[in-house]
Design a protein. Structure first.
Length: 253
């Protein structure tokens, strides 16, 4: 039996990168999938290819974040699983981050997951049904580089929210976990490296050679792990924020 057979899964930020990988993995494992993204020209081909339902949404608007779960319920009668995979990684340090940039990070990386979780958990508790949520966080939640100050702050907040919500709803049998993912090879990361770090066409190969495992994190590998956490095969685990990376936090040479 496939891991997510007959489950209704919402993937916010599912039109590219890790989120798109999760959409594909969830469909492969038997789920009925709804996913959101800002750009129809990116999301609609994935929907056509996978059979998942694409909903165009700018999650910076908290009403749209909440409405993503509401639409999944309206379309399929319930929501069993939620993945918050949308993320903003634009650069800013403590000294050069503007209030506008800070607010953008909080809106996408923290506020949107909060209100999507609020709506999903409201449906689960109203039905007195179990459910699972996975938040895609970042190893920057542990501190992060100087040029990712607002991003690190928002992701640290999401790690705390994950644990808080998991504790609050453990007796509702709603399991909530997170992944602190590291440097991952995605379309968005390619754009970021070129825009902010002057990277050329060979940046992936150069970055891979500098990693212990000889490669960056792969979206499909993360997706498989997320599907496992969403499924019953992950057992009773809840409130875990797992470091999914080849950098060992706290390790020193």
């Amino acid at each position: 039996m496939r891991l997510l057979e007959d489950k209704v899964v919402l993937v916010n930020g599912g039109s590219q990168g890790v989120g798109a990988g999760i959409v594909r993995a969830a469909v492969r494992e038997g789920a009925t999938v709804v996913f959101t993204g800002r750009r129809a020209e990116v999301g609609e081909p994935i929907a056509a290819d996978t059979g998942a339902r694409f909903v165009r949404a700018d999650l910076a608007d908290p009403e749209r974040a909440r409405d993503s779960a509401v639409q999944a319920v309206e379309a399929h009668g319930r929501i069993d699983c939620l993945v918050n995979a949308a993320g903003l990684t634009s650069r800013g340090s403590l000294l050069d981050t503007t209030p506008e940039l800070f607010d953008q990070h909080m809106a996408i990386n923290l506020r949107a997951p909060f209100f999507a979780m609020q709506a999903a958990v409201a449906d689960m508790t109203a039905r007195k049904a179990p459910g699972t949520i996975v938040n895609i966080i970042s190893n920057c939640a542990h501190g992060g580089p100087p040029y990712l100050a607002p991003y690190s702050a928002a992701k640290a907040g999401l790690a705390g929210l994950t644990r808080n919500a998991a504790h609050a709803h453990r007796w509702d049998r709603i399991r909530i976990n997170g992944l602190n993912i590291g440097w991952t090879d995605t379309e968005g990361e390619d754009a970021t490296q070129r825009a902010f770090h002057g990277a050329g066409d060979s940046w992936r190969e150069e970055a891979a050679r500098a990693q212990p495992m000889g490669k960056l994190g792969q979206a499909d590998e993360i997706a498989d792990f997320v599907v496992f956490l969403l499924s019953d095969r992950s057992g009773v685990v809840t409130g875990s924020v797992i470091d999914w990376d080849q950098v060992v936090i706290g390790g020193l040479d």
